[in-house]
Design a protein around this ligand. Sequence first.
Ligand SMILES: NC(=O)c1ccc[n+]([C@@H]2O[C@H](COP(=O)([O-])OP(=O)(O)OC[C@H]3O[C@@H](n4cnc5c(N)ncnc54)[C@H](O)[C@@H]3O)[C@@H](O)[C@H]2O)c1
Ligand SMILES: O=c1ccn([C@@H]2O[C@H](COP(=O)(O)OP(=O)(O)O[C@H]3O[C@H](CO)[C@@H](O)[C@H](O)[C@H]3O)[C@@H](O)[C@H]2O)c(=O)[nH]1
Length: 435
Amino acid sequence: MAEKVAVIGTGYVGLVSGACLAAIGHKVICVDKDDAKVARLKHGDIPIYEPGLSDMVRSGLEQERLAFTSDIGSAVSSSDIVFVAVGTPPLDNGDVDMTQVRTVFEQIAEHMAGYKCIVIKSTVPVGTHASAAAWLKEKMAEPIEFDIVSVPEFLREGSAIHDTFHMDRLVIGSASRAAAERIAELHKPFGAPVLHTDNSSAELIKYASNAFLAAKISFINEMAHVCEKVGADIQLVAKGMGMDRRIGPHFLNAGIGYGGSCFPKDTRAQLRIAEAVDYDFKILRSVIEVNQLQRQRFVEKVASALNGSLEGKKLAVMGLAFKPNTDDLRDAPALDIIEMLQSRGAAVRAYDPVAVGHARPLLPETILTTDPYEAITGADAMIITTEWDTVRALELTRVKQLLASPIIIDGRNVFAPSDMATLGFRYVSVGREER
Ligand SMILES: NC(=O)c1ccc[n+]([C@@H]2O[C@H](COP(=O)([O-])OP(=O)(O)OC[C@H]3O[C@@H](n4cnc5c(N)ncnc54)[C@H](O)[C@@H]3O)[C@@H](O)[C@H]2O)c1
Ligand SMILES: O=c1ccn([C@@H]2O[C@H](COP(=O)(O)OP(=O)(O)O[C@H]3O[C@H](CO)[C@@H](O)[C@H](O)[C@H]3O)[C@@H](O)[C@H]2O)c(=O)[nH]1
């Protein structure tokens, strides 16, 4: 059955959820408090780079199944189901800043005239469903019924639409069986296996999943250091581990560590959530520490490939976004790495196919370009920080001609060391023999 859905917040999660729900036949109104953003979205102009999203939003607008507004009141009153997809950024101490979520619940309460099924999509600390119910009740002029359903979002940036249509699971946490079934029905066309839980478990599943994936990455990065010391190859080690179905082949790529808008903030938040109940989550503390060290260790790798000193070196940094197929720079390892390289006296030219515009205000000392060969020309070394297809597809003979010295330090293990040796590069990567 087609439902009327309001989605509050048009970041990644709000936009992707809204567009995908419209694509499966629901009538969706997306709300954002940012008027300028809403004005752009109304014309199908998408403020983020996400493959396929633009076409899906435009088609939703054309079919009149998707609309945008900055008027939360009209969106809430015209919808039966309300998705909350606003930001939960980190505070300086790692706690989650719940201001946006709280404000939205208070706004919903002010505009509720009848029953609402409120779905929390934002990543929120365990117990938020109960606080949200209290915020609603506090602000309601008179008692109105509602249900709060916790439906964590597991999409990855860069493949968000694919992830929505091929979800591994849909987690639905609710105290109300009827509300949970309604939300399961809403998502039915996605064909995902559904796990019904209580709200607290659903809230924790999100943090536990991100923490576990982050742990896989930090584990393989630690193994990469061991590989370097004993002369083994981390990619073969990861392949051999991943063939064991109990381990699985995913998230075992060694490199410069994880970044992005989720893993860094959610691992720190989970640590704080454990601390709040007087539990020292030792593994997670190490996962975070290893990830921070990974960026510094990579800079050391660059320095040692250039005989110890970065002073006066011209370096080409390939890739700014925290991963390919996104222009998101939130906690992108490349930004930290560039800052560390510059603080040690290097001059950096950086390439990215889509993130240069967002990077300008963040990297005032860096020459930015969307032409990979321009970044490389005259550089003392090429440094790979994001495994863009355009980086994989570089003409390496041309790269060699353009570089002042044929040195590549690869933080994403993009090329085969033996090929690079044949081409005459000094090639340093992560957890593999240096050539
Ligand atoms: N980015 C991801 O890949 C991803 C994936 C899974 C889960 N999450 C979680 O989803 C949540 C949203 O993250 P994001 O990156 O999609 O969003 P974001 O933080 O980039 O954007 C949030 C949007 O909400 C809007 N907003 C804030 N308060 C509002 C209000 N009162 N009314 C209307 N609009 C309001 C902001 O203007 C902004 O456009 C976070 O909790 C995040 O942890 C994100
Ligand atoms: O083997 C790997 C896999 C990933 N990464 C890095 O890990 C970070 C995160 O990558 P990815 O998980 O693909 O991207 P996100 O879009 O941040 O998605 C994560 O964070 C989202 C927000 O919570 C969740 O919804 C997703 O399920 C979860 O994968 C990136 O910097 C990657 O380069 C590695 O270093 N090695």
